[in-house]
Design a protein around this ligand. Structure first.
Ligand code: AHG
Ligand code: MN
Ligand code: MN
Ligand code: MN
Length: 327
């Protein structure tokens, strides 16, 4: 078994980063350390997810986060794991998390700021459906050793130096970009390592899958209603997993569009710019796709608050442009 795996898999994550060090504007050792810290935490979270039901990590934690989400035990646990791993790695000076009201000060000599959704798709944890982690990496703006400033924390998406997601699915995958295309790594549990499984992933220019929660259809704008009707007239396939990372990853492979529009409940939609939309917008663009708020490029949006929401239209370029033409 392991010899068959050894023949078929690509190179390990660390080796890949070293082989491609020209693709990161800064010392590749720093990127290696950052991705190693994230990968380590993801392996711990992955192991806990695989034991859900056997150990007590299901259900609510009995608390709410800053965006009003009921925190699941695994939300809190994943947040702790990623925070600890990044604190130990020493490269990160400040951490923005869905599960923390303000940013967390880590190593003041660190050169990087990370925004993270530690556990995406919380509503799916207890029903054994794929969930994910989403992260963005920025370079700090203030001098090393000085206090963290707002300029370090509220950077627009085009300032990202790296972004990625982990998908805890039928296999656990780490997908990331440093601005030179998108590479996918699959976790090999028996070896405890991530190995390259897809290099330079390109999202199909067009597609026939649309992801939107039609439970909110009554409060969709006329334009969104028109686009959903267009998808039905074209006999597209509707797929909505309820985990953004899983819907996004499927669209990366097969082509498709994911929409979380303004609804009666949230006039700016539900998804958060800093730790969900910016990272996936960077990855979408790096694979030839598109990501807007229905009008403006996501990566150009100047953030004004840590947990701000934006309407999110992301996926195959032709599909996003068709949707925008009807809005
Ligand atoms: P999170 O679990 O990190 O709060 O994110 C959940 C998001 C996203 O993953 C998913 O696509 C969306 O919420 C589902 O929202 P609805 O249940 O409102 O459709
Ligand atoms: Mn949440
Ligand atoms: Mn999320
Ligand atoms: Mn989350």
């Amino acid at each position: 078994e392991s010899s068959r795996i050894a023949q078929s898999i690509g190179i390990a994550l660390d080796r890949f980063i070293k082989n491609n060090q020209d693709e990161f504007a800064y010392a590749s050792g720093e990127l290696s350390q950052l991705l190693r810290d994230i990968a380590l935490a993801s392996k711990v979270v992955n192991r806990e997810i695989n034991k859900a039901g056997l150990i007590d990590i299901m259900g609510g934690a009995g608390s709410q986060n800053n965006t009003g989400d009921d925190q699941q035990k695994l939300d809190v646990l994943a947040n702790i794991r990623f925070t600890r791993a990044l604190a130990k790695g020493g490269e990160v000076c400040a951490l923005i998390s869905e599960e923390e009201e303000s940013f967390t000060d880590l190593n003041n000599n660190g050169k990087y700021v990370i925004a993270i959704d530690p556990l995406d798709g919380s509503s799916n944890i207890d029903v054994n459906v794929s969930i994910g982690t989403i992260f963005s990496v920025y370079r700090r703006k203030s001098p090393i050793g000085t206090p963290i400033t707002e300029a370090d924390i509220l950077q627009k998406g085009s300032e990202q130096v790296a972004a990625g997601y982990i998908l805890y699915g039928s296999s656990t995958m780490l997908v990331y970009t440093t601005g030179h295309g998108v590479n996918c790594f699959t976790h090999e549990p028996s070896l405890g390592e991530y190995f390259l499984s897809k290099e330079r992933l390109i999202m199909p220019e067009d597609g026939r899958i649309y992801s939107i929660n039609e439970g909110s259809a009554n409060s969709f704008s006329e334009g969104v209603k028109k686009y959903v009707q267009y998808c039905k007239d074209q006999k597209y396939t509707a797929r909505y997993i309820g985990s953004l990372v899983a819907d996004f990853h499927r669209n990366m492979l097969k082509g498709g569009i994911y929409i979380y529009p303004s609804t009666a409940k949230d006039s700016n939609g539900k998804l958060r710019l800093m730790y969900e939309c910016n990272a996936l917008a960077f990855i979408a663009e790096q694979s030839g796709g598109k990501a807007t708020d229905g009008k403006n490029r996501i990566l150009d949006i100047e953030p004004t608050s840590l947990h701000q929401r934006v309407p999110f239209y992301v996926g195959s370029k032709e599909m996003v442009e068709k949707a925008e033409s009807l809005l």
